[in-house]
Write a protein that binds this ligand. Structure first.
Ligand code: ATP
Length: 517
């Protein structure tokens, strides 16, 4: 292992560096950039598209193909407009917004309050970290949190805000939500003032018109979630697939939300992609399955090589109109812990509503119980783009090497890396490019590979580190004599000399999905 010092910054600076890295290395570009971009819309470049596809495929493999009783569908983005009346989105899919009169900036009122609570929580964490340093090995964090007067005072403050905020949300009391913002003395980060408008609700659905006549009857919506495409196909899939409860229907696809505040790169976009699974269960068994999927999904995240401390559960303060239990899996992004995935026990709300609005029965005959019922549903819903950002922020490292030079490396899990191997002739002459292409030609049957002959070998290695390519294969003069190459590993930067015939086997072993579980 070659010694390196990790020089990766933290927080805002890390986030800024990740965003510019994404642009410089073909991962993510602002949409319509030559026209100055489109707010909260992004395009995935040549490597971003590959990484995104690999994450989507991995989710599909583990949720659909590795479960006998889960199948996948691909429903249309456009749906009958009544779907969104039945689901409650027309009436209730809104966020509370508030404007600062001086900066004219718009904020989500709930996010302002949550951020204020997070700031107090950060103070607690600071105290805890300090004490940890003082007490060393013998430190009992829980006891410290329960007994230190300053920490207890902060915690009481957080609990009080949380209780008040929860009550306001449950009563849909927007005046009280504003009063909390006033009482907490929250200032606009742009103008620095507390000159707020009243809080009001804002519907997040995009609408458009279908067909050539324009009157209200053609108004349709761009789906704000993929879940409804699953509910309306519940019986089609159950009957055609002879599915027995419990069973799941999964799909991945685009969703659209006219987000009020969308300033966090691909964390909150107006067009994004979801990976959702609805699990249909017997009424009364939903809590058991809800707990099952909570654990399963957390396990899925942890097998991707994240430190355990990077994820946590967060129970919802206010349950959505359709849920009887709900939590988020939060990830520690460079800007703090935020929702990455939601797990919701949706009861029979959606199927019942679609029965009511369509007039069609959406029931299941349970042969073991010999009765008909409307199944309950447990949902797992993750944003593909947020997962992409979580993986990328964990992989991104800046390092200083022994010789004083720097490198940026994406330590992506090998099986997710956009390019698995890059084949490089040491020099651009003397038959080496031809030999390198011959090797490359064999490898491309199995992996996404790249050929690179430009610049010094050192520069080429740096370029591949920055893209996150786990293996570099160098063809030199010895290769022409004995058919051996060097294979260089991204993370350790060590090299082995191996027979060219072995390359495929070595890489296959490392990128096998089977190995990830
Ligand atoms: P938030 O509270 O952050 O607005 P949400 O609770 O509205 O999210 P859900 O409706 O539960 O989100 O959607 C499921 C998942 O879809 C989220 O966990 C997230 O990963 C993803 N997601 C939701 N909205 C966006 C968005 N605007 N951009 C990117 N991903 C999103």
């Amino acid at each position: 292992m070659i010694n390196t010092t990790d020089t990766t910054p933290k927080g805002d600076e890390l986030f800024k560096n990740i965003i510019s890295h994404c642009k410089e290395y073909g991962y993510i570009f602002p949409s319509s950039e030559i026209y100055d971009g489109l707010s909260a819309v992004y395009d995935y470049g040549q490597y971003g598209a590959e990484l995104k596809k690999n994450i989507r495929d991995y989710w599909w493999k583990s949720m659909v193909q590795r479960h006998e009783n889960i199948v996948g569908i691909d429903s249309a983005i456009f749906m009958h407009p009544t779907v969104w009346k039945a689901s409650g989105h027309v009436d209730a899919f809104s966020d509370p917004l508030i404007d600062n009169k001086d900066s004219k900036k718009r904020y989500r009122a709930d996010v302002l309050i949550e951020d204020a609570m997070a700031k107090i929580d950060a103070k607690i964490q600071k105290e805890v970290d300090k004490a940890k340093g003082r007490f060393g090995e013998s430190f009992d964090e829980q006891q410290y949190r329960n007994t230190n007067p300053r920490v207890m005072e902060y915690q009481t403050k957080i609990d009080a805000i949380e209780a008040r905020f929860k009550a306001a949300l449950e009563a849909n009391d927007l005046a009280e939500v504003k009063q909390i913002i006033v009482d907490l003395e929250i200032v606009c980060p742009v103008s620095g003032s507390r000159n707020w408008t009243d809080v009001r609700q804002f519907n997040l659905m995009f609408s458009t018109r279908m067909g050539s006549v324009s009157d209200d009857s053609d108004l349709i919506y761009l789906r704000p979630e993929t879940a409804q495409g699953i509910f309306v196909n519940f019986l089609n899939v159950q009957k055609s697939g002879r599915m027995k409860i419990p069973f799941g229907i999964a799909q991945t696809g685009k969703a659209f939300r006219n987000e009020i505040v969308a300033r966090q790169f691909i964390f909150r976009m107006r067009e994004f992609e979801q990976m959702e699974m609805q699990y249909f269960v017997r009424p009364g068994e939903e809590m058991q399955w809800y707990n099952y999927w909570k654990e399963e999904r957390m396990k899925w995240h942890r097998t991707l090589g994240f430190a355990d401390s990077k994820h946590r559960f967060h129970d919802h303060l206010k349950l959505a109109h359709y849920a009887n239990a709900a939590c988020d899996i939060e990830y520690e992004f460079p800007f703090g812990f935020k929702e990455l995935e939601g797990i919701h026990s949706r009861t029979d709300f959606d199927l019942k509503k679609h029965e009511e609005f369509s007039g069609k029965k959406l029931q299941y005959f349970d042969p073991e119980l010999n009765e008909n019922y409307t199944p309950y549903v447990v949902e797992t819903s993750i944003g593909l783009d947020r997962m992409f950002l979580a993986i990328l922020s964990n992989a991104y490292h800046e390092e200083k090497l022994e010789d004083g030079s720097d490198r940026v490396v994406l330590r992506l899990p090998d099986f997710l890396a956009p390019i698995k191997a890059t084949v490089m002739p040491l020099v651009k002459k003397e038959g080496l490019p031809e030999k390198a292409r011959e090797i490359m030609d064999v490898l491309t049957w199995d992996f996404n590979c790249q050929y690179d002959e430009k610049d010094s070998i050192g520069k080429r290695y740096r370029r591949q580190d920055a893209i996150g390519t786990p293996f570099c294969i160098t063809v030199d003069h010895q290769t022409l004599e004995d058919n051996t190459v060097t294979i260089r590993y991204r993370d350790t930067m060590l090299q082995d000399r191996i027979s060219a015939d072995k390359i495929s086997g070595i890489i296959t072993e490392k990128v096998k999905l089977k190995k990830q579980e």
